[in-house]
Design a protein. Structure first.
Lengths: 306, 431
């Protein structure tokens, strides 16, 4: 029996202890070492995605299949899932059909906090609004831990549109607990100083931020931020904040470059860096399957116990 | 035969006359006849109905100058009947109903309809605000003089700001000539648009879109400038931010004719207390940090904020369960107004009894020009509340209101209304 895990849901990293986070990473590492056991044989995983996703969804599907679960592809139009109450009805109905796990992506922050306690099935958050994307941060952590061993004293820069990023929040919540320093960097409209109250270090000067860093997690800058007036243009943003080879050189020699994808090459990151020796982007993707296997398996145990 | 009621032995708190002592109160035919010690022993009053108020406060009924009764258009959330029943439960004897009904209360015929409806359905006095602009669209002024003749007690586009400064200037000037108070909902929509919470660490942590305090203050400062320019009165609804309070305090010092109100949820609660994504804690302006809350309490104590008003805003459970970002703004407040204010203002020793009653009854009555309300002077309307200021009380649904969207539900408060009288008739007797 795994220590430090009694939950049926993985909704975010803010509410987890350091020990619980390490438990998921350990579980993921053990799945990576040995051929996957069919611990989810007889289970059914349903995907409720009200936002488009190919990467996260296929990663979760691969994780479920490797553990022997069946996947119920539930293709919901955004509109039918956009109302809280009908979402609960949907989940209760699917649960009655035999679903044991829900993997949910939703554009509304916090949507699962009310819903998860009202179903018996395990609920894994695959991204809720700007709030949290726990498995994405966990795959970042697994990738970093494989290189670093420990997080203590390490400095990670998250560069880009922090305000609208659930990845940045999950990174912050988890890395702070594990003893790392998290620097948020980007223009003030996208990186409000109030993030300091949550434990992040705020630095709007990208050169200063990157100096001496152990890793940088570069976030995608969406075109709509320009339309909404957060930045004048993508080119203007890139001029100051793009991770260029010269800027990447400011970090420690063995520093890592992460990106949750999909990349806008030439906007937030230069192709030379994205494809360069420091980049661990594809390791992130393969580790994603293992942390999702861990999340599904651990929550299954929590569910059975509950 | 005259209808007589004698309220015996209560502590009468009437700031308008500087009274704060144990007196008996004699009500005859809906009016206060006499307030004096020892009336209960007087001969000739043996046939009067008696209410024992020993150990309790007897105060002029509260005047809440900011409520939404949802009629017409949203009767599933509240009606004049249920909203005024809620008021009665809270010791509120006069309410000003805002004009953001469906359709908007922007014409004399609308007002006449509402007033005739209220004559039949209302359990307390209901005054109605007319809209400042047609359809609350912010484009064209309503007919202020005709609205006044039809009974409008004030003018407000509440729910929406009047964003056009030039139009609002003319509204202030024209309304002041007519003696009508203009109440503005201060919010610069270009700063707040789409937000559901206060912009700060709490909203960032939860991944919610925040409105900055400046969205309120920018328009507060504009309104002060327009009042100063025109010399006309302006009243600012539901202030919530330190910087807005400071602007009003400085303006009052210069003699600007600006007044302001604050809502119990804003001075009793702060954004760090919001449980998760519970939309019963969502309103506009949003709950702000503890420093803003403390500044509101101080401003109520020093008179920078003139009145307590609830912004009672009922919404059904279905709408409120849509999630924090999409659920509608607003919380109910009429039933908990006095208890929350006693808890946050009086029991903390921030305000005295008299100051509390002044903010909740005397001053709002004066702002609305209600000469026979907000006091227990002989000849005044016998609108009053009998209150146990120390009774512990945890509000819970069901409420008298049709809705239950209250952030005070399940919270321990101190103070409770036991009896409410409107025009000398008991509309609430607590069991």
């Amino acid at each position: 029996m795994t220590k430090d895990w009694g939950r049926k849901d993985l909704l975010g990293l803010e509410t987890l202890s350091a020990a619980e986070i390490e438990t998921i990473l350990d579980e993921a590492a053990s799945f990576k070492k040995a051929p996957a056991p069919r611990v989810l044989a007889g289970r059914t995983v349903a995907f409720l995605f009200s936002e488009a996703s190919t990467r996260t969804r296929s990663s979760f599907e691969a994780a479920a299949l490797r553990l022997g679960a069946e996947c119920l592809s539930f293709s919901a139009a955004g509109s039918s899932l956009s109302k809280g109450e009908s979402m609960l009805d949907t989940m209760l109905n699917l649960q009655a059909v035999g679903v044991t796990h829900f993997v949910v992506r939703h554009e509304r922050s916090g949507v699962l906090e009310d819903l998860a306690p009202r179903v018996n099935a395990a609920v894994v958050n695959a991204g809720d609004g700007w709030h949290e994307h726990p498995t994405q941060a966990l795959l970042d952590l697994l990738t970093l831990r494989e290189r670093w061993g420990s997080f203590k004293g390490r400095k990670l820069v998250v560069l880009g549109d922090i305000r609208h990023s659930r990845v940045a929040r999950s990174n912050l919540f988890a890395l702070k607990k594990l003893g790392a320093k998290v620097v948020f960097c980007g223009p003030t409209p996208l990186v409000p100083d109030a993030f300091a109250a949550l434990g992040a270090t705020i630095e709007h000067d990208v050169e200063k931020a990157l100096k001496g860093a152990d890793a940088v997690n570069v976030l995608r800058l969406q075109l709509e931020r320009m339309e909404q007036g957060f930045v004048p243009s993508l080119a203007d943003y890139a001029l100051v904040y793009q991770l260029t080879p010269a800027r990447a050189m400011l970090m420690k020699p063995d520093a890592l470059v992460l990106h949750p994808g999909p990349m806008n090459r030439g906007v937030e990151i230069a192709s030379e860096v994205a494809d360069g020796p420091r980049s661990v982007v594809l390791e992130q993707v393969s580790n994603g399957v293992f942390v999702r296997m861990a999340a599904l398996a651990l929550c299954d145990r929590g569910r059975a116990r509950g | 035969m005259a209808e007589r009621t004698l309220i015996v032995g209560g502590l009468v708190v009437d700031p308008a006359r500087g009274v704060e002592s144990v007196r008996d109160v004699l009500i005859v035919d809906g009016e206060i006849r006499e307030v004096a010690a020892g009336l209960s022993k007087k001969s000739g009053l043996a046939d009067a109905a008696r209410v024992d108020a020993k150990g309790l406060w007897v105060i002029p009924g509260l005047v809440d100058m900011h409520v939404h009764l949802r009629e017409p258009g949203r009767e599933s959330d509240e009606t004049i009947a249920t909203g005024t029943a809620a008021a009665a439960r809270g010791g509120v004897t006069t309410v000003l109903a805002m004009a953001n009904t469906e359709p908007v209360t922007d014409s004399p015929s609308q007002l006449e309809f509402l007033r005739s409806k209220a004559r039949v359905d209302a359990k307390v006095n209901v005054l109605f605000a007319g809209a400042v602009t047609v359809g609350q669209k912010g484009e064209r002024l309503t007919e202020f003089a005709r609205l006044r003749r039809a009974g409008a007690a004030a003018l407000s586009d509440d729910g929406r700001p009047v964003m056009n400064a030039g139009l609002f200037r003319r509204a202030l000037e024209y309304a002041d000539d007519l003696g009508l108070l203009v109440i503005d909902h201060c919010e610069d929509l270009t700063l707040s648009g789409g937000a559901c919470a206060h912009e700060g660490p709490q909203a960032l942590r939860k991944g919610l879109k925040g409105a900055p305090w400046a969205a309120e203050t920018v328009q507060v400062m504009r309104d002060i400038a327009l009042s100063e320019l025109t010399g006309a009165r302006v009243h600012l609804a539901h202030l919530s931010a330190v910087s807005s309070i400071e602007a009003v305090r400085a303006a009052k010092k210069r003699g600007v004719r600006v007044t302001a109100e604050a809502a119990p949820h804003h001075f009793a609660l702060s954004d760090d207390m919001i449980p998760g994504y519970d939309a019963d804690w969502k309103m506009n302006p949003p709950l702000r940090p503890a420093e803003d809350r403390a500044a509101l309490v101080a401003a109520l104590a020093d008179g920078t904020i003139d009145a307590v008003a609830t912004d009672h805003a009922p919404h059904g459970c279905a709408a409120k369960s849509l999630g924090f970002d999409t659920a509608p703004f607003g919380v109910i407040g009429l039933e908990t107004s006095l208890a929350a204010s006693l808890t946050a203002l009086y029991h903390t020793k921030a305000l005295t009894k008299r100051e509390l009653v002044r903010r909740m009854s005397t001053t709002p009555a004066a702002l609305l020009g209600l000469k026979s309300k907000g006091t227990l002077a002989p000849g005044a309307d016998a609108d009053l509340a009998i209150v146990d200021p120390d009774a512990p009380w945890t509000p819970e649904a069901p409420f008298a209101s049709k809705s239950r969207n209250s952030p005070f539900a399940g919270r321990r408060l101190k103070g409770r209304v036991l009896h409410t009288f409107v025009a000398g008739r008991a509309v609430v007797h607590a069991v």
